[in-house]
Design a protein around this ligand. Structure first.
Ligand code: G16
Length: 528
């Protein structure tokens, strides 16, 4: 404990911060006030590893879609999934220790309560995105790890899903270097590519907006070095990851989804497909402009419905009895839910925001498809399915399904893996962007942000669809919803930004704007 006490003198919690909170995706805020949090998160990662008998734990330093001045940190569990939820509370407790002495006391208590054997070695791998504050904050996390005498492996700059993938590989005896990521996914891609009918296969052609983030060099590496000749034409724009001040600025998945417009740098050719990653490449959305030059978004809902439709067909072709389900959040467009339940006759579940919630529910199915509307998601395949398709026969459908279980990142939503999955599927189905989009028409919708004094006053239930506090606000929202056709609206505090989010949808654009404005006004009124 002496080492912690000593090292903590250089990483004291700033008095100005009221409370740190492990939120939707870890701690996330202005980078200037994150030093002590990085240090305590390093300590917790080492404890988590010891608690799990020395398994590798990941630390990812990123603020994903947030602006350049922010940063954040999250912990990754051994199979590449998000930190187990009980431990989020421990992370919050350590981060809020008011002094080095209190921190040591909290660490002692945790060790005692969880019966952690300090003699067990701890193994932690660390990576960061391309933010300017990354190296200094990484050092603070490493200081925490060193104080705990952990074995530390630093990977430098990676996408978030690459770190998740490497954590899983470290714990499953698979290759443990960054290149294993490209080798693994490109091998699966090439296998499926070969299985798609050669003569009719349309050429793969894509423009990727990389949000000026770390996804740019990583996807270029995959395409140039591992998928040469398979991607017929591609271009990465907003690729200035060495200029971190440009990160997510007027570009990237969050900008495109929220503003429902093209990112900077694209003047779109009608019916040609474009994609946007977010800052750490764990989200992707697609889009195009139609023949009338109108922007058309193919967001997480359009991705999950495309995948659902494709996998149902593939399962049918194998003749296997496999369960297929889709998991969404309240942000899913009402039309997508209708399409899934009514046209595809699928089970659809709704969870609170945060892929950690969706991931667990998706594990119930043989094929569990989960996507947030913002483009964050993946498809999980059960052991049962993998066993059946790998041993059965060498018919195309079995083989395809088998290689999709490898092409789609099993640990977390991954913009690069999702991108190449979608590109293969639309090539296999011979779909143009217009045809992909035509499965159903989105209800007009709007996502707005309201800045309030204390967003923690906004408490929800029913998978975040109903507010329980501030008291009386939900009833007022319900009254506004009734005033428009096919209206729906909900309000929740963001777990990654200092804001309250307001979602609204309705039958027409005019009605959605009216509803959104009315609910935003109510939020301001009740927050005062
Ligand atoms: C993170 C989470 C997502 C969530 C998003 C917004 O994404 O991983 O699950 O949808 O934040 O969350 P909130 O509305 O609570 O701010 P990312 O891509 O920023 O890591």
């Amino acid at each position: 404990m002496d080492k912690i006490l000593q090292a903590a003198q250089n990483h004291k919690k700033p008095e100005s911060v009221k409370k740190y909170q492990y939120g939707t995706a870890g701690f996330r805020m202005n980078a200037n006030i994150l030093d002590s949090v990085m240090f305590t998160t390093g300590i917790l990662a080492a404890l988590r590893s010891k608690y799990l008998g020395g398994k590798f734990i990941g630390i990812m330093i990123t603020a994903s879609h947030n602006p350049p001045q922010d940063n954040g940190v999250k912990l990754v569990d051994p199979m590449g999934e998000m930190l187990e939820q009980h431990w989020e509370a421990y992370a919050t407790t350590l981060a809020n220790a008011a002094s080095p002495e209190v921190l040591v006391k909290e660490v002692r208590e945790l060790i005692q309560n969880l019966k952690i054997d300090l003699k067990v070695p701890s193994n932690v791998i660390v990576a960061r995105d391309s933010r300017e504050s990354g190296p200094v904050l990484q050092q603070a996390a490493v200081d925490g790890l060193v104080a705990m005498e952990a074995n530390v492996k630093q990977f430098g700059v990676l996408t978030t899903p690459q770190l998740h993938f490497l954590v899983r590989n470290h714990n499953t005896g698979k290759p443990k270097v960054e290149t294993s990521y490209y080798e693994y996914f490109s091998t699966a891609f090439k296998e499926i590519y070969q299985l798609i009918d050669g003569d009719s296969k349309p050429p793969i052609d894509i423009v990727i907006d990389a949000a000026n983030g770390i996804g740019a060099p990583k996807v270029e590496k995959l395409f140039d070095e591992y998928l040469k000749g398979k991607i017929h034409s591609y271009k990465v724009i907003n690729d200035k990851y060495t200029h971190p001040e440009t990160l997510n600025s007027h570009c990237g998945a969050d900008f495109v989804k929220t503003n429902q417009q093209l990112p900077q740098g694209i003047s779109a050719i009608p019916d040609k497909l474009y994609a946007s990653f977010d800052g750490d490449a764990d989200r992707v959305v697609f889009y195009f402009v139609n023949s009338a030059n109108k922007f058309q978004l193919l967001d997480g809902d359009k991705i999950s419905t495309l995948l659902a439709r494709y996998f149902i067909k593939l399962v049918e072709q194998t003749g296997l009895k496999l369960s297929v389900g889709v998991v969404q959040t309240a942000y899913a467009n009402g039309s997508s839910t209708n399409y899934l339940t009514q046209n595809l006759k699928l089970a659809v579940e709704c969870t609170p925001t945060g892929v950690k919630h969706l991931h667990h529910v998706a594990q119930k199915f043989d094929i569990g498809i989960y996507f947030e509307a913002n483009g964050h998601g993946t498809v999980l395949f059960s052991e049962n399915l993998i066993e059946q398709v790998s041993s059965s026969s060498d018919e195309h459908a079995f083989k395809k399904l088998y290689y999709f279980t490898q092409l789609i990142n099993q640990s977390v939503g991954d913009a690069i893996s999702d991108l190449i999955t979608v590109l293969l599927i639309i090539s296999d189905l011979q779909l143009t962007p217009t045809e992909w989009n035509s499965a159903y028409a989105d209800l007009p919708n709007k996502l707005a942000k309201v800045i309030v004094k204390d967003r923690t006053e906004f408490k929800t239930t029913n998978a975040e669809r109903t507010l329980i506090e501030p008291k009386g606000l939900q009833q007022k929202i319900d009254q506004e919803v009734k005033k428009v056709q096919l209206g729906r609206s909900f309000v929740r505090a963001s777990g990654t930004e200092d804001a309250v989010r307001v979602y609204a949808e309705a039958k027409t654009q005019e009605e959605v704007i009216k509803l959104s404005e009315a609910v935003c006004e109510l939020v301001k009124e009740f927050a005062a």
